[in-house]
Design a protein around this ligand. Sequence first.
Ligand code: HEC
Ligand code: HEC
Ligand code: HEC
Ligand code: HEC
Length: 196
Amino acid sequence: MKYISYLLFFLFISALLYFLKNALEPHKEAIVITGSDKCGECHNLKNIGDQFTIWKNSEHSGAYTVLFSNKARDFASKNGLQAPDKEEKCLKCHSTAYSLKGMEKGESFNISEGVGCEACHGAGSGYSPAEIMRDEGLFIRNGGIKGDASTCSPCHNTKGSKEQVLKDDLCPFQEEDFDYKQEYEKIKHPLNKDLK
Ligand code: HEC
Ligand code: HEC
Ligand code: HEC
Ligand code: HEC
């Protein structure tokens, strides 16, 4: 009998600890892709450098729509692929959604944004509050990526032959090998340090 009451007591304590642990642990919400429009709510401000407009005017924001061009469609139909806007082989470099495959998308996300902020900086719901973003360490701990040459290489690499394009999923339309320094100059969107 005595052992049974010990056992019951032990089970009771374990259950209590289990519930306490769950109640006390901060709820870790899954990080989701918010979409570039959400980033734009703050990053369209002139005093921090209006990164949003620079991105909007870059080819990255049109990377999804370009999949509806005749060029893209002809290539797909001639090579037995699905329509490019449905074809993962194309979407993985032409959209944020597929480049961050496996991550959840928030309600504000729309695939038509093409290659958005989060394709390079990481899914944003965790680091988006401004207090976190002002602190580089916190930004990185909450899933933020600063961005460098290795950010570009999954999508921009060497120009491939047609066989390589189909086998290794390269872009059929990439015309030159990628040069980070040169290409970064075309998309750079620095913070405005003076007005801080
Ligand atoms: C490995 C990443 C990657 C894949 C896979 C990819 N693309 Fe691209 N695509 C790019 C990049 C990078 C560019 C810009 C290249 C440049 O301008 O040098 C581009 C440019 C394009 C353009 C614009 C070309 C122009 O001259 O205006 C079209 C159209 C296009 N891709 C269609 C496709 C289609 C269709 C597929 C699927 C069969 C595909 N891409 C797969 C990365 C990719
Ligand atoms: C194609 C990739 C790419 C996209 C898309 C992109 N960025 Fe960046 N971003 C970078 C890189 C690379 C850097 C430079 C990081 C460095 O050198 O410190 C950077 C830097 C920044 C910086 C910091 C600049 C500084 O001076 O410290 C901010 C803020 C920023 N990006 C915001 C955005 C926002 C907001 C969007 C969308 C509207 C966006 N980025 C889209 C790649 C990208
Ligand atoms: C609530 C406003 C707000 C939103 C939303 C927001 N940002 Fe920021 N972001 C800021 C502020 C403020 C800074 C810091 C500016 C400074 O240091 O002067 C910043 C800094 C950054 C930096 C530089 C980080 C560092 O520490 O070097 C990047 C990159 C960045 N934001 C990208 C994004 C992306 C991508 C999104 C969308 C997923 C986004 N931001 C959404 C306000 C915001
Ligand atoms: C998720 C895939 C992806 C990533 C990551 C990415 N790009 Fe792109 N980039 C593209 C696609 C796709 C296009 C072509 C879009 C179009 O033609 O509409 C493109 C186009 C460009 C262009 C315009 C084409 C040209 O030659 O003038 C530049 C410049 C560029 N990217 C620079 C960069 C840099 C620098 C980085 C890294 C900091 C980067 N990209 C990261 C997919 C990507």
